[in-house]
Design a protein around this ligand. Structure first.
Ligand code: ATP
Ligand code: MG
Length: 403
């Protein structure tokens, strides 16, 4: 198989429900789709690897399908991390350049950012992202790129995304064992933001909520920079398990019923509609009102958005999201979820679909692929920045500054 690593870029999203590999070619005209593969996730749950061998097998399956389609081998990839172990925190730091203003170079910027980064962290946690929000030059805030400017004191506000070291390392190990080197890791909703959020939303203030299978991951942008990240430990799987318990049906059947007949608004289901519900064991299946499905799903959806509202309030972000809340992820495909989100949050809400890549099949243009599609955009920006700066640290900083 041809090896065209130079012009190819691969992203791997190890979700709780599906593992997806996406290969793109970097052309003068932008990113062009070359191949993808999807495998049912076995071995990872809620962003954490629980069975290494199964996770490796799922990655291999997805990668092989992508390679077959693209006609090229995957050697390197950018990989997503997520899950309830992720925490976001804002920090601030700075350096004095001298008694008189001096020109700010890369080393000074690095020095100030390193100061902001040096917050006490438990030994089992690591910084996944260091996202500059603004630079402050001699007390003047709001500077996006201080390179070449003059100041006696340089300060920076940053948002740090931290995660459990073991969780991130296990994801890397699983991808390595599948024969792929990990170039970089990215917090999943940050990548999804690249494929669904618009620049004006990021400026005005917006929260992206990626409703996955195991959790709902959040990222808030204010004035173009990341102001908040968080994870709510509720995702589509919780809706499915509520149905399984409430209708006394196996999980796999509950999942099918949710996707075919589910709705998060009871009153949107006509009275009298019935659904055939398989039973557990040898018992015969039953005909139950379709409204019962919505009666089980609606409270879970309300709870999810109440948790979202409280999480944003506690982070001081709820009133700042003037452009509202954007929903992505497979969980956002539940009919009626938009209405519940609007009624609980009382903010503008929109559903989102990933901006398509050139030549991308329509089957990928669904909310559950926003993360993996965003990851190739993110990977490309990091690669460009690495070219400018020649180091990984610089690429991370730069990739996010231009974001
Ligand atoms: N049409 C649909 N209606 C309702 N729910 C759906 C629909 N399609 C997918 N889902 C749900 O979306 C979830 C999967 O979403 P997604 O593929 O974004 O998750 P993931 O990325 O694998 O998981 P995570 O991000 O939590 O690691 C599942 O819970 C699935 O039941
Ligand atoms: Mg996901």
């Amino acid at each position: 198989m041809a090896n065209q690593q130079g012009s190819f870029l691969t992203a791997i999203d190890l979700g709780s429900a599906k593992t997806c590999a996406l290969m793109v070619e970097v052309t003068d005209g932008g990113l062009r789709y070359r191949g993808h593969g999807v495998a049912e996730s076995r071995g990872s749950r809620k962003g954490v690897i629980v069975d290494l061998d199964k996770a490796v097998a799922a990655i291999q399956k997805a990668v092989e399908a992508a390679e077959d389609k693209a006609g090229a081998a995957v050697e390197h990839a950018i990989v997503g991390v997520g899950g309830a172990h992720i925490r976001g925190v804002n920090s601030h730091g700075g350096i004095t350049l001298g008694t008189r203003p001096r020109e700010i170079g890369r080393d000074e910027i690095k020095g100030a950012v390193e100061k902001a980064r040096s917050i006490p962290l438990p030994p089992d946690r690591e910084v996944l992202h260091l996202l500059p929000q603004e630079f402050i030059l001699d007390g003047q805030a709001g500077v996006h790129d201080p390179l070449g400017m003059m100041a006696a004191r340089l300060e920076v506000r940053v948002h740090l995304v931290t995660g459990a070291s073991s969780a991130a390392q296990n994801v890397i190990t699983a991808v390595n064992r599948a024969g792929v080197h990990v170039d970089d890791t990215v917090f999943e909703p940050l990548a999804a933001a690249d494929s669904v959020l618009r620049a004006d939303e990021r400026e005005l203030g917006v929260c992206l909520a990626d409703i996955g299978a195991g959790s709902t991951e959040l990222v808030v942008f204010l004035q173009g920079a990341v102001a908040f990240t968080g994870v709510i430990p509720v995702g589509g799987d919780h809706f499915t398990s509520d149905l399984s318990l409430g209708m006394c049906t196996p999980l796999a059947e509950a999942e099918k019923i949710k996707k075919v007949y589910g709705n998060a608004i009871v009153t949107l289901i006509p009275e009298g509609n019935e659904v055939e519900v398989p039973s557990v064991g040898d018992r015969a299946s039953r005909l139950l009102p379709q409204r019962l499905v919505a009666e089980i799903l609606e409270p879970r959806a309300r709870e999810l958005f109440e948790m979202l509202r409280e999480t944003l309030r506690q982070g001081g972000m709820f009133d700042a999201c003037l452009a509202g809340i954007v929903l992505s992820g497979g969980g956002s495909r539940l009919p009626g979820i938009f209405d519940v989100a609007e009624s609980v949050l009382r903010r503008p809400v929109r559903l989102s679909w990933p901006t398509p890549l050139a030549k991308m099949p329509v089957s990928l243009a669904e909310p559950e692929f926003s993360t993996v599609i965003g990851m190739v955009h993110y990977g490309q920006r990091a690669r460009v920045a690495r070219g400018f700066q020649g180091d990984r640290w610089g690429s991370r900083l730069k990739a996010l500054l231009v974001g």
